[in-house]
Write a protein that binds this ligand. Sequence first.
Ligand SMILES: [Zn+2]
Length: 113
Amino acid sequence: MHELSLSLNTVDTVVAQAQKQGFKRVTKVTLAIGTLSCIEHQALATGFEFASRGTIAEAAIFEIEAVAAKVWCLDCQQYVLIAERGICCPICQGYQLKVEAGEELMIKHIEVE
Ligand SMILES: [Zn+2]
């Protein structure tokens, strides 16, 4: 049910922002989701359908973009981008990685009318 509460929070935020700026309809929402977030995209899409029902975002298209995770590699002392959980550093193959970004959900873009 993680995805459902995320959807509800996201729709709330989107609707509040759009209404504050005087818009009547949200047509499209682009979200960026870190590849390490463990969020099920399909479950999230279903959650949005449910959460946006009866709001000004009801007919909106929810687009989900995956964002590669940014991690600090303790072995080679630099930031590297990794595409999935459990993977090693692409440069030194080390496993001592500290996640800096890639576990979050961000509202990237909202289209309104
Ligand atoms: Zn490394």
